[in-house]
Structures are given as structure tokens and as C-alpha cells.
Design a protein. Structure first.
Length: 374
């Protein structure tokens, strides 16, 4: 039985070249980058070359890249420090953000009584920019936190437009770009943005490492204490092999972006065409013009199929998801789809199918055949 992996929004397979790079660093550059002897200096060199490589891909100075363990840590750090240290009195976000943002905002609201406003979400899952402008015309010092590519529907936010709106209203702008870094061009000099986060395992790098882009002189303070690593903003000995792997993965992702994006876009179009043939009553959750590697579909199946659909597909060797992997063990409906679908449709099976360059038309055919069997 062929295994078919169509859950790349959850995590991606590590590229062979990345594994090779990480293995080399673990074997040869195992010194502590904070040590002054040659072993430490060699590790420090790997660390800083990785930082420069990542910064180059995003067109920012290397000192504005801070390494973290993941996107969740970076989101927590930025949001908390914005309230505690930058004296932000209000956060504007949406109810379709990743829980790494939503739960952090809710905790800050409880802890510091910060004002939280949720921008309206349209029926197709897009952020209502008119409502955002209205919210920004009132209130105290504000941070706006809106993700670039929604991790469940693939809806894409116009970062440049939002950045300009925030700048015009003297608001800080933070974006969770975990689903887009490495999969689309991001020139951070082309528009105003203060904070951005990424996670290596979303672009064919290792798990357990990510980075934050922190605009120079932002005033952020560390989330925790214990060392001077990462300019004193993120203490703890850096995982040099992980960071080197992340830099290599990002470099390869952008080097191959055009070819791989074309390939993946064609697969998504092919899947939609096959669903239209076999399940003409299916519908797309979110914008039909969503991110090229992701498709969230509402299937015309009865409610009783919902609970077991992932199990049945897994028995056929096919990996997809119903939403964020971080809540895959939950029996609750997706909080993202809950903002978009009727109660009746929310009970029916929706699937998130997400591609990588490893996928083929055969994978799509196997998925559609398996769905027909259900």
C-alpha cells in the first residue's frame, strides 16, 4: 500500500540536504557558540552565517533575526512583551488566528486587563479590512496581530496593505507567518511590519527551531532569563545544528520556489477538478483563491461520517487533517470554520488537504478513490 502524505500544513518532510547539513554540524561544530575557544568560535560562525542567510532571504539586517524554539514561543514572547514592556493597552486580532496567538491574547487579557478587539471575519474567511480601519480609529496604544496565511483555510492576508494601515494609525503590527515563510516571497523592506514569526518544520526543516523577525529598536524584552544569547533577548545555548538546518531549508525553499509552486498549484487545480467530477456538491471552505498549497473542503457526506473519516483515510495510507495539528486530538469543531460555517455544515466532514513538492497526481487520485469508498 502506497503511503500518501497530504498534511504538509501540519509539518513537512525534511529535505535530504538539510539532514546532511545538520549531521555535519553535529559531528564537526559541536562547540558552545558562547565559548571563546576555537570549538566555540567555529559554532558561532555557523550560527551567524545561518542568521545572515535567513536575513538575506527576507531582505532584512541579520541583527533583526532572533532564533527561538518554534513559532509558538515567538508569538508568546512578542505579544507578552508588547503588553508588559511596550505598554500596549489594546490588541486587535481575529477569532481565526492560530491558538498560539488566541490563547496568548486571552491570557494577557486575564492577567493585565488589556483590551482585546476581534476584527470581523467575512463569510469566506477573509479579514474585514473596513472593520479593522474602524477599530484602529479609536482607542489606546494598539498592537494588531493577524496571520499571513490561515493554517486551516489557506486564506491570504494582504500584509502590505495591513502594514500601511497600521502605520497610518500608529499601531504596531505582528503577523504569524508560519504557513508562508519559505513558500512565498517576503521582502520585509517593502512594507511596514514590526514583528514576524516562522517555524523551520513548515518549510522542510527540522522541528524544534524557528525564528522571529524583530524590527530594530523595538524595545522588546526577553520572555525568560538566564543568559546573553541572541542579544540577550532569548537566553539558552543555541541549537546550532537545528539553526543550520533551518537556514539550509529556507535557502533551498526559495531557490526552488518557482518550480515547486507551479507543481503544487497544478496539483491543487487537479484535485478541485476531480472533486467537481466525483462530488459535485462539495464546497471550498475559505476563499477559492487561497494559498496554493492548501485546500479545505466541505464534503457532501452525512454527519455520521465525520468522526471516522480521518481513520478510514489513514487505513488507506492517506494522511490529511480536519484542521490544526495542534488540536487534532480534540473532538471540538474547528474554531476557524466555526466563524464561517452554519451549525449544520460544521457537523459535516471538512478536510484540510495540504501539498508539497513530493506529491503527485497519483496521490490525488488515491485520495479521491478513498473518499469515494467512504
Amino acid at each position: 500500500m502506497k503511503k500518501v502524505y497530504l498534511d504538509n500544513a501540519s509539518t513537512t518532510a525534511i529535505r535530504a540536504e538539510v539532514i546532511q547539513e545538520m549531521t555535519k554540524v553535529m559531528a564537526q561544530d559541536y562547540g558552545n557558540p558562547s565559548s571563546t575557544h576555537s570549538f566555540g568560535r567555529n559554532a558561532k560562525s555557523v550560527l551567524e552565517l545561518s542568521r545572515k542567510s535567513i536575513a538575506r532571504q527576507l531582505n532584512v539586517p541579520a541583527q533583526e533575526i532572533i532564533f527561538t524554539s518554534c513559532g509558538t514561543e515567538a508569538n508568546n514572547w512578542i505579544l507578552r512583551s508588547a503588553v508588559v514592556d511596550l505598554k500596549v493597552k489594546r490588541i486587535i486580532t481575529s477569532k481565526i488566528e492560530h491558538h498560539a496567538v488566541l490563547y496568548t491574547v486571552q491570557a494577557l487579557q486575564r492577567e493585565f486587563d488589556v483590551q482585546v478587539d476581534y476584527v470581523a471575519v467575512k463569510a469566506n474567511g477573509e479579514i474585514d479590512i473596513t472593520d479593522l480601519v474602524e477599530l484602529l480609529s479609536q482607542g489606546n496604544k494598539t498592537l494588531v496581530s493577524l496571520m499571513h496565511v490561515n493554517n486551516e483555510t489557506g486564506n491570504v492576508l494582504d500584509l502590505k496593505r495591513i502594514g500601511v494601515i497600521c502605520e497610518e494609525n500608529s499601531a504596531l503590527f505582528h503577523s504569524d507567518t508560519v504557513q508562508s515563510v519559505g513558500k512565498t516571497e517576503l521582502d520585509l523592506q517593502a512594507f511596514p511590519i514590526d514583528f514576524l514569526v516562522a517555524s523551520a518544520h513548515k518549510f522542510h526543516g527540522p522541528k524544534g527551531v524557528g525564528f522571529a523577525f524583530i524590527r530594530k529598536n523595538s524595545g522588546l524584552q526577553p520572555l525568560f532569563y538566564g543568559g546573553e544569547q541572541e542579544k540577550g533577548l532569548r537566553p539558552g545555548t543555541e541549537a546550532v545544528h537545528q539553526i543550520a538546518g533551518m537556514a539550509k531549508a529556507l535557502e533551498l525553499s526559495y531557490a526552488n520556489l518557482e518550480t515547486e509552486r507551479t507543481h503544487i498549484s497544478e496539483l491543487k487545480k487537479y484535485l478541485i477538478s476531480q472533486l467537481e467530477i466525483e462530488f459535485p456538491e462539495f464546497s471550498i471552505n475559505g476563499s477559492p483563491d487561497g494559498f496554493y498549497n492548501m485546500l479545505n473542503v466541505l464534503l457532501p457526506f452525512s454527519e455520521d461520517k465525520t468522526a471516522m473519516i480521518l481513520f478510514h483515510l489513514d487505513m488507506k495510507g492517506i494522511a490529511v487533517s480536519r484542521g490544526s495539528a495542534c488540536q487534532s486530538g480534540s473532538i471540538k469543531a474547528s474554531h476557524v470554520l466555526a466563524e464561517m460555517l452554519s451549525d449544520a455544515d460544521l457537523k459535516k466532514p471538512s478536510l484540510r488537504i495540504s501539498f508539497s513538492h513530493h506529491n503527485s497526481k497519483e496521490d490525488v487520485d488515491l485520495l479521491v478513490d478513498a473518499l469515494k469508498g467512504i
